[in-house]
Design a protein around this ligand. Structure first.
Ligand code: ZN
Length: 246
């Protein structure tokens, strides 16, 4: 930098220091604007580009047909027997017959293929779409572990419970430590999925840590949640925490 002084705000330790004579990587956006015409910008200096404004109302969070529908213990399906349209068979290995909305199915296929090619391991669908009637069979009476019929996110056709091949830590917290579970935690957002019931957030989601349960929300929302670090749909959309049924 020629004859310029950039003020670098060091937010983490709360001090301000003057930086002289180095490229202005890390300068606050307003200083960036002031000096940007006067110096040569480093080719990789994109870390302070303003983020495109995220459209919070791109999809409904109330319509059960919406990619962003939020289903929890305070937000049941209406009608309770709602069935999504456009379910297709998911062409991946499965434990229970696998059906999802087509957009979610396509994302699962890509995600499973990339996982296998990157790691040499395999995974399979354990549970996908479940109808109201199927949820009646699944509900075991423990509200922290399974949803009551009419309240299960699986009824959207946008949710997959994932299992390792061979089966390891199925539906257990230790799935998080398998090659499958750890890869998913790191990479699923790139395919439009979020880990819907993260560790330590039972007071918000109403469910124990489920490192196998992934919800398709589309790449826009999964990316935004990844980049902002907001883990739950309830927090992201400013909805009440849903630790229990009314
Ligand atoms: Zn699940």
């Amino acid at each position: 930098m020629i004859g310029g002084v950039a003020v670098l705000a060091v937010a983490a330790i709360g001090v301000t220091v003057a930086v002289v004579g180095i490229p202005n990587r890390g300068a606050a956006p307003e200083q960036e604007m002031i000096v940007s015409g006067a110096i040569e910008q480093p080719a990789t200096n994109d870390s302070f580009e303003p983020r495109a404004r995220f459209n919070m109302s791109l999809y409904s969070i109330d319509d059960p047909n919406s990619l962003w529908v939020v289903v929890n213990k305070l937000r049941p399906f209406d009608p309770p027997s709602f069935e999504p349209s456009g379910l297709v068979p998911v062409p991946v290995p499965y434990v229970n017959y696998a059906q999802l909305q087509e957009v979610a199915s396509d994302a699962v296929v890509r995600m499973f293929a990339d996982f296998e090619s990157e790691t040499g391991h395999q995974m399979q669908a354990l549970s996908t779409y479940r109808s109201y009637a199927a949820q009646q069979q699944v509900y075991g009476g423990n509200d922290l572990l399974t949803a009551r019929p009419g309240y299960s996110e699986h009824q959207t056709g946008l949710v997959i419970d994932i299992d390792a091949i061979p089966r390891t830590c199925s539906l257990q917290a230790c799935f998080a430590d398998t090659p499958q579970g750890s890869w998913l935690a790191e990479n699923a957002w790139e395919y439009g999925f979020i880990l819907r019931y993260p560790d330590g957030l039972t007071d918000i989601t109403g469910y124990q840590f489920e490192p196998w349960h992934y919800r398709y929300v589309g790449i826009e929302l999964s990316t935004e949640m990844h980049e902002t670090g907001i883990q739950t749909l309830e927090e992201f959309f400013g909805l009440p925490a849903a630790p229990a049924y009314n």
